[in-house]
Design a protein around this ligand. Structure first.
Ligand SMILES: Cc1cc2nc3c(=O)[nH]c(=O)nc-3n(C[C@H](O)[C@H](O)[C@H](O)COP(=O)(O)OP(=O)(O)OC[C@H]3O[C@@H](n4cnc5c(N)ncnc54)[C@H](O)[C@@H]3O)c2cc1C
Length: 289
């Protein structure tokens, strides 16, 4: 197995095109355990961390641009980013341990294709887009369209994610992410729930996004919960409807971490709690970013 460390997107795509089993990596916190567990060894491992765009974090008036290979600790430790996207930052801060977070990336978390990947529901509720590079140039797609099944993405073998785009969070809007694990840390989500809420001046919800992880082959949006929330002050009946919609949206597996019924119930509880946290945060965010 060869190791390559290209310094440009073009060099990386040409390396991927020249070898059918070449594979990109960022932190390798999934790649190395997978190879050790017997997955086919690639001809060339292409390290993305020497490419400037892949490891930069910037913003302008419209959006944040997050390099796909940035170690997630750089997001959780960035006060401006975490202040604007506390839910996404919380999700990134749940990935493994401090050691793992000094290497793990959002690009790796997404493209590994785990249904339980913590950052993906938080990216999805924030409407994140992924800039994909390949030999024919770049294309921008919704993060929600990248993963097509467990361990599967829509990327060709010579494509990779360069960066993520996130619209700036308007005032009176906020996100939240919660997960349930059987242990206190270092475990895989039984359920993950992300929410993003936009409030009017009087506290009425004007927009809502709810997404669940670990309850289906890919992250699940919950439109029925979103519709139940919009136009309300999130009273008790609305929250009961949110929980019921989240439970109904699940199509989980039965495994040692939880039964189907348990996952469905937890999904309802976590979706409701994530919505409540997002509402509280949104109410505290006044003024322009
Ligand atoms: C001890 C331990 C605990 C963990 N705990 C958690 C947890 O709590 N929650 C969680 O969600 N995950 C967890 N993980 C899994 C892993 O750390 C995360 O999925 C992490 O975000 C992967 O990022 P990475 O940069 O290390 O990915 P890599 O291992 O570098 O890559 C993962 C996959 O994505 C592909 N890839 C990487 N970057 C790109 C890119 N830019 N474009 C296209 N494809 C790409 C690689 O080819 C590979 O298939 C844990 C792992 C370990 C070892």
């Amino acid at each position: 197995m060869k190791y390559a460390a290209p310094s440009s997107v073009e060099e990386a795509t040409s390396l991927l095109s020249s070898s059918p089993s070449a594979q990109v990596f960022a932190g390798a916190t999934d790649v190395v355990p997978q190879i050790r567990a017997g997955r086919p060894v690639p001809d060339v491992l292409v390290d993305l961390k020497k490419i400037d765009e892949l490891v930069s974090l910037t913003n302008d008036a419209e959006k944040w641009t997050v390099g796909a290979a940035i170690p997630t600790v750089r997001l959780t430790e960035d006060a401006a980013f975490s202040g604007e996207f506390p839910g996404l930052s919380e999700a990134a801060g749940l990935i493994g341990s401090d050691q793992i977070q000094s290497r793990s990336s959002l690009g790796g978390n997404l493209c590994n294709g785990s249904p339980a990947a913590d950052s993906v529901p938080a990216l999805v509720v924030n409407g994140a887009r992924a800039l994909i590079a390949g030999p024919k140039g770049t294309r921008l797609i919704d993060v929600s369209d990248v993963v097509t099944g467990p361990g599967e993405t829509c990327l060709a073998s010579d494509e990779f994610v360069v960066e993520f785009e996130l619209d700036r969070m308007p005032s009176r809007s906020a996100d939240a992410y919660l997960r349930m694990i059987p242990r206190t840390e270092m475990d895989i989500a039984v359920v993950g729930a992300g929410a993003r809420i936009v409030l009017s001046e009087d506290g009425t919800i004007t927009d809502a996004a709810v997404a669940l992880g670990a309850v289906a082959p890919t992250v699940v949006r919950v439109p029925a919960a979103e519709e139940a929330l919009v136009g309300t002050l999130a009273d008790d009946d609305t929250l009961v409807a949110v929980a019921a919609a989240a439970s109904d949206a699940c199509n989980p597996i039965d495994d040692k971490r939880g039964t189907i019924d348990y996952r469905k119930q937890v999904a309802g509880v976590l979706a409701k709690r994530a919505v409540l946290i997002a509402i509280e945060r949104a109410g505290q965010r006044n003024g322009d970013v």
